[in-house]
Write a protein that binds this ligand. Structure first.
Ligand SMILES: Nc1ncnc2c1ncn2[C@@H]1O[C@H](COP(=O)(O)OP(=O)(O)OP(=O)(O)O)[C@@H](O)[C@H]1O
Ligand SMILES: [Mg+2]
Length: 247
């Protein structure tokens, strides 16, 4: 049975989509079958982050509402075997039925090792949809104090998930800030009671990757953020990998 992992944040723009696309690619590169599922209805951009812009014709509401099957809606990545994208709709015609969404996740668990849900920012419908049916959640925060506070708030909303099933990723870390931030990050981990899954450095290659629609592994930029995402993918599969030193 595969695992469904919701990638969430309180504050917007913390790096969820960058995380889902890259960790998804690195998991697939390790031989896993991975579905990246965009839950950001109306503001979807996971296709661009994966380098699959305009590849998907159908979206997950087509599956939920019976217009097509899961197999027809999910699109294989053109360069990474084992990685598939299931798109979000750009417009919602009718409210999403959470029970139907959970049934679809059940089908997904049978076909994939991992399903990464790219949630919408905030604690609204997109968030509830993603966390309602997940097995684990990853809260992505930046080192910005407002983002850390929003992460703590998000964790409180994840109360239904058992301890040890919620992890923290701190994104956009810069070395100069790390010393003063250690305390803040430690506080966030303590207050939220969350184990740290990884630290991702600030890396301008990511903006380049998103701008060109070419993810880091295909830009041969397997350093800095790319390396951090690969390490996180390995930790998700249960390997022990030391935390990245931020340069
Ligand atoms: N580690 C990083 N270093 C540099 N830039 C980054 C990093 N992580 C994310 N970014 C940039 O931050 C911006 C927002 O990232 P992303 O779209 O992944 O966030 P998000 O949490 O999905 O946003 P939203 O809440 O709007 O869905 C993008 O321009 C991305 O390139
Ligand atoms: Mg996003």
């Amino acid at each position: 049975m595969g695992q469904v992992i919701a990638v969430v944040s309180g504050k917007g723009g913390t790096g969820k989509t960058s995380f889902v696309s890259h960790v998804g690619l690195y998991l697939a590169d390790m031989g896993k079958r991975v579905l990246c599922l965009d839950c950001d209805v109306g503001l979807r951009n996971l296709d661009i982050a994966l380098g699959m812009s305009d590849c998907a014709v159908m979206d997950f509401t087509d599956v939920l509402e019976g217009r097509c099957g899961l197999e027809e809606a999910m699109v294989p990545h053109p360069q990474m075997a084992g990685l598939y994208l299931l798109n979000a709709p750009s417009l919602l015609r009718r409210p999403i039925d959470p029970a139907a969404f959970q049934r679809m996740l059940g089908q997904i668990r049978l076909r994939f090792d991992y399903c990464l849900l790219d949630a919408a920012a905030g604690l609204g419908t997109g968030f509830r949809l993603a966390v309602g049916g997940c097995d684990r959640a990853i809260v992505v925060t930046t080192t910005d104090p407002t983002s850390l506070r929003d992460a703590q708030r998000t964790v409180m909303e994840l109360g239904a998930l058992p301890r040890g099933r919620v992890h923290l990723v701190v994104n956009r870390c810069r070395r100069r800030l790390m010393r003063s931030l250690h305390q803040t990050i430690d506080d966030a981990i303590d207050t939220a009671g969350l184990p740290l899954l990884g630290v991702v450095p600030e890396d301008e290659a990511l903006a380049l990757a998103m701008g060109r629609g070419v993810p880091l592994p295909f830009l041969h930029s397997d350093r800095y953020a790319g390396r951090a995402y690969r390490n996180i993918a390995q930790r998700i599969t249960g390997q022990r990998v030391p935390l990245l030193r931020i340069r």
